[in-house]
Design a binder for this molecule. Structure first.
Ligand code: SAH
Ligand code: AVI
Length: 326
């Protein structure tokens, strides 16, 4: 007897969380603000408000990475699907709204799709939308943090394992962290596995500067939301008007740096902790590394992958690397 569509959906979408809502956020904020050069981990941008702001960034005219990666994926989807293999188990890290994944799911018809994201709200919404769009697809959404060793529920899937990591989220890791992450995924996909990684390319610093300093101030709001989140969740008393978004391309290190700069001498309280800021002192909130094709292939090679394919958009702004286990 045929199952009702409602029951079918319920059976095919599983949500699990490997994040213990512990004091990690508080501890990381205290540790970061206690450094001689204050810094906060970018993974904390993504509460519900931060995920919405990031989605707004993706639609800005200055923010070319999303448009470029979508265009190159559409243009090369047949080749990308052949590379990854039909019926694979598709694991996506930092899946967010799973926009690009839709193209892959249509073309690959994976045996299971396992999106992993630290933002529970974005993940739930994306998984529900995908389940409506692809009722045949087994989805196991994992609320998790990929900067730590993570167990992925592979049992649902069959076929080759393919890790998808679009958006150049790998650029938000230091090269050392990216190396550790690639080693972890190499272990997860095994000797016959593959990986598809979206990587933003080095380019004219003016183009980069505009992408992280948009005219509407959405990137500034995304950056400042980190302080708003610390106020909301940890009861700190950051005065947002006393900090300004600052982003620039650090050419020697090949990365965009985002900072929040204190506009005046001030102190900020978080529980029993008190942090003094000088005028002009900054909190370093994000790096976004840009890699040439050769640089990224060397990094992937050092972690046990071989660069087999690379696809570019027509303007040569963004790359998608097809890696296979070496
Ligand atoms: N893949 C999407 C979204 C990129 S934004 C795209 O290409 O447009 C980065 C995504 O990674 C966000 O959804 C964010 O919540 C998630 N993320 C950032 N750090 C993370 C971490 N440490 N663990 C898991 N997810 C993380
Ligand atoms: C998610 N990540 C790749 C974005 C980037 O471009 O580094 C985050 C972002 N930060 C500012 N704008 C977008």
């Amino acid at each position: 007897m045929a199952r009702s569509p409602g029951r079918q959906r319920a059976a095919r979408l599983v949500f699990s969380s490997s994040i213990v809502p512990a004091d990690d956020f508080r501890e990381d904020v205290i540790a970061g603000l206690s450094l001689p050069r204050k810094a906060l981990p970018p993974k904390y941008f993504y509460d519900a408000a931060g995920s919405r702001l990031f989605e707004a960034i993706c639609r800005l005219k200055e923010y070319y990475p999303t448009r470029s990666e979508l265009a190159l994926t559409r243009a090369a989807i047949g080749d990308i699907a052949r590379f990854a293999g039909n019926g694979s188990t598709l694991i996506e890290y930092g899946s967010g709204e799973s926009m690009k994944s839709r193209l892959l799911i249509e073309a690959l018809r994976p045996s299971a799709y396992i999106p992993v994201d630290i933002s529970a709200d974005a993940l739930r919404q994306a998984a529900a939308t995908l389940q409506r769009l692809f009722p045949w697809l087994a989805i196991h959404a994992v609320h998790g943090d990929f900067s730590q060793p993570l167990k992925i529920p592979m049992a649902q899937g069959r076929g080759r394992r393919v890790v998808y990591f679009p958006g150049s989220t790998i650029g938000n890791l230091t090269p050392e962290e990216a190396h550790a992450f690639l080693r972890m995924t190499r272990g997860q996909v095994g000797p016959s596995g593959a990986m598809l990684v979206g990587v933003d390319l080095k380019k004219d610093a003016n183009v980069l500067h505009a992408a992280y300093n948009d005219a509407k101030g959405v990137t500034a709001a995304f950056n400042l939301n980190l302080l708003a989140r610390i106020n909301r969740e940890l009861g700190a008393d950051f005065r947002l008007r006393r900090f300004r978004h600052y982003a620039f391309y650090n050419a020697p290190l090949g990365r965009i740096e985002m900072h929040l700069v204190s506009l005046a001498p001030q102190t900020v309280n978080l529980g029993n902790y008190r942090y003094a800021f000088e005028a002009g002192e900054s909190i370093h909130t994000e790096n976004s590394y840009k890699y040439s094709i050769g640089e990224f292939r060397a990094l992937a090679g050092s972690a046990g992958f071989r660069g087999e394919k690379v696809w570019l958009d027509s303007k040569g702004l963004f790359s998608l690397h097809g890696l296979i286990a070496a």
